[in-house]
Ligand binder design. Structure first.
Ligand code: C5P
Length: 213
């Protein structure tokens, strides 16, 4: 049976998360954020004082343990949201041993939704690696300065002292790692529809995806 899976990949702060959640609600699909799994690994590595570049095997062991003991409620941890843990996630996910340790878990989440009539899968390699046969694949992007500005506006709400230049530098660094890694680099999947949201607001981006379904 062909699964109802929509993959939404793209760089940080491209707006794909908001869009994917909205789409899942609209279609009565289950929303799955694969970035949270990498963030869980990044958080655990951070808590254990591991430097991913020095200890990829130890981080892979954490990833393996996570896959074996995974519980959806783990994804609700508010500590996962910080930019620092995003960086730890990206540094950990640069290693093939880490990525392969959680591949089956991610496929399982995509193929066995506990509710809804399908899954919207959000991440970096959902259409290229996790579910390359998904019937609908999207690559949502925007230029790096627009994405940094969006993240800046979001973070400013909680902390007025946030620095735009630091956010931009952080985003460029994460992009460089995500696009350049040798395993599962960030790129549009074969057959994916690319939508550049640089000149769009959230509603326009959402409509652009709906128009292509
Ligand atoms: O999407 P989010 O910012 O939460 O992802 C955090 C990091 O996890 C990304 O920068 C990326 O390096 C990694 N990631 C990945 N593959 C995915 C999802 C996230 O490599 N499918």
């Amino acid at each position: 049976m062909k699964q109802n899976i929509i993959t939404i990949d793209g760089p940080a702060a491209s707006g794909k998360g908001t869009l994917a959640r909205r789409l899942a609600d609209h279609l009565n699909y289950c929303y799955r954020d694969t970035g949270k799994i990498y963030r869980l690994i990044g958080l655990q590595a951070y808590q254990k004082g591991l430097t991913p570049e020095d200890n990829p095997d130890a981080v892979a062991k954490l990833a393996q343990d996570l896959a074996e003991n995974f519980d959806l409620s783990m994804m609700d941890n508010p500590e996962l949201k910080s930019d620092h843990i995003g960086q730890m996630a990206s540094r950990s996910g640069a290693f093939p041993v880490v990525r392969s340790a959680i591949l089956d878990l991610q496929r399982h989440l995509a193929l066995h939704p506990p509710y809804g009539c399908g899954v919207v899968l959000d991440g970096r390699d959902c259409g290229t690696v996790i579910c390359p046969d998904a019937p609908h694949k999207f690559f949502i992007t925007a230029d790096v300065k627009t994405r940094a500005k969006r993240r800046f506006e979001e973070l400013k709400q909680a902390d007025p002292s946030v620095d735009y230049d630091l956010i931009l530098a952080d985003m460029k660094q994460r992009d460089e790692r995500d696009f350049a890694r040798t395993t599962a680099p960030l790129r549009p999947a074969d057959g994916a529809i690319t939508i550049d949201t640089s000149a769009m607001d959230g509603d326009q981006a959402y409509q652009a995806v709906l128009d292509k379904l």
